[in-house]
Design a protein around this ligand. Sequence first.
Ligand SMILES: Cc1cc2nc3c(=O)[nH]c(=O)nc-3n(C[C@H](O)[C@H](O)[C@H](O)COP(=O)(O)OP(=O)(O)OC[C@H]3O[C@@H](n4cnc5c(N)ncnc54)[C@H](O)[C@@H]3O)c2cc1C
Length: 385
Amino acid sequence: MIPRAIFDADHLIFRETVRKVIARDIVPEHAGWESAGQIPPEAWRKAGAAGLLLCAVDETRGGGGGTFLHSAIVIEELARVGATGPCFALHSDVVAPYLTHFASDALRAHWLPMMADGRSPGAIAMTEPGAGSDLQAIRTRLRRQDGALRIDGNKCYISNARGAAFVIVACKDADHGGLTLVLVEKDRPGFRLGRRFDKIGCLAQDLSELFFDECEVPEANVIGVAGQGMAQVMRMLPQERLVQAVRAVAAAEAMFEWTIDHLQSREVFGKRLAAQQALAFKMAELHAEILAQRVLVDRCLELHLSDAMSAALAASVKMSSCEMQGHVADACLQMFGAAGFMRDTPIARAFVDARQARIAGGAVEIMKLIVSRELFGKRMERKTQ
Ligand SMILES: Cc1cc2nc3c(=O)[nH]c(=O)nc-3n(C[C@H](O)[C@H](O)[C@H](O)COP(=O)(O)OP(=O)(O)OC[C@H]3O[C@@H](n4cnc5c(N)ncnc54)[C@H](O)[C@@H]3O)c2cc1C
């Protein structure tokens, strides 16, 4: 009802390409990947060859030379078909930016082209058994010995851990204090993959534990300035939250469309379900909720492109869009009746898959904390002026 105004003709052509590639290379394979619990290396290479990875990274670094809008198109098109297995956004729009913004020229020159063509998927490891929402509690420790870094500790709930060629690891720096981010290649001695978590949803997305036992890494693998990791994470989190908001709205729109089709085709009590006013009114309400988030997310995309999206706004839009996604999933599933409870229906999978959005990348309660601090901090400032 409100035409989207943020995409130009080039974006529309790109979206068509992305849609075709996903229909050809991802949709037919996804159920098999769900059984395997991860996506295979060739899926990364095909996505790289088709231009779906590192869309916003310079062409000189092997990327697509586009902007975050190109990334948003990939995120939306994957969400539209319920393809939650490929961690392309994590790789392109969460991990790669740590390299483009903070890493040395040598790390960038080495890794970005291999990330762009899908040879080297990336992961990022912050969460630990005792440190999720509270990153200050990270205990994985980094110290220097004989001219190299040594890492000890463990991480959990790490997306794409098994498929990744390297992991960016947030460590407590024993020498500099604070957090230091280190790029750890998977073949470093002392690095070990732990168990793969048995999730309720996003079944094709690998989520595993990592262990570091005197893991030796060269000092050159530090990303940015030692001890400044927390500031780097804070700088990057708004984009990660926008990724989740973009995905949440596209997923909600897809669930809404599937439900419209279902209500128009299913007959109960001698008439189409769509003719039941209670259900049609419910759909009108859901439509308004999704539309409001769509307009908000598009405006946030514009602000983000001009580097004008605050941490509080990113938290707010992640919170509201992911809560909306959960609400829409529940309401839509209900309209499918028993069919909606069956694993082989897209709505059932989308319902379960949606649940992680209110937890991963900062739970909604933490988003509320960030927003409320901004609200009441501002109010206190006003009082003291
Ligand atoms: C599918 C999935 C993928 C993930 N991928 C990654 C990844 O790639 N890399 C990575 O590092 N991590 C990853 N995570 C971990 C994720 O970032 C954490 O789960 C998240 O930050 C929450 O931490 P936690 O699970 O330890 O919850 P906790 O911190 O233990 O919190 C438990 C609950 O208490 C609430 N809570 C905590 N503190 C407060 C407070 N002060 N006020 C009110 N409520 C509060 C939380 O919101 C949450 O609801 C992933 C998680 C999932 C589910």
